[in-house]
Ligand binder design. Sequence first.
Ligand SMILES: [Zn+2]
Length: 148
Amino acid sequence: MEIKSGYSYLRVIYSLIEDKKEVSTNNIANALGVKPASVTEMIHKLTKDSYILHKPYKNITLTKKGEKEAIKAIRRHRLIEDFLTRVLKINKKDALKQTLSMEHSLTDKTEIELCRFLERPMHDPINHKPIPHCEKKITCERCLAGRG
Ligand SMILES: [Zn+2]
């Protein structure tokens, strides 16, 4: 996906849906610590690029394409969080800050190695939410085995 900052947006949208919270500009802005105006701009772009659907007075939803990217973003985010807090013992607040700047730059290869190294963690250590499996085509052995 070419819009790098869009990555975090898709992750946050996915997370709000997961928590059954309203996917609104304000909730997204709060989660990312940005101004609502920036959110409006990115929502525009993500809609134009068919990652999300945004109808007036309706919740923002993810398209199939958007959901695929969001799951990848969630996975990377939670794997990094797990590594920073559980392995490096970094406190949750600092770990979250670090994660936000690291999640964009992870390559597929590093992502798989991280999943392998952490022995396929099932839940993130901060919010205890499920970490999705490695992707079908790029996967570690544990995820492949667990997929059945
Ligand atoms: Zn894996």
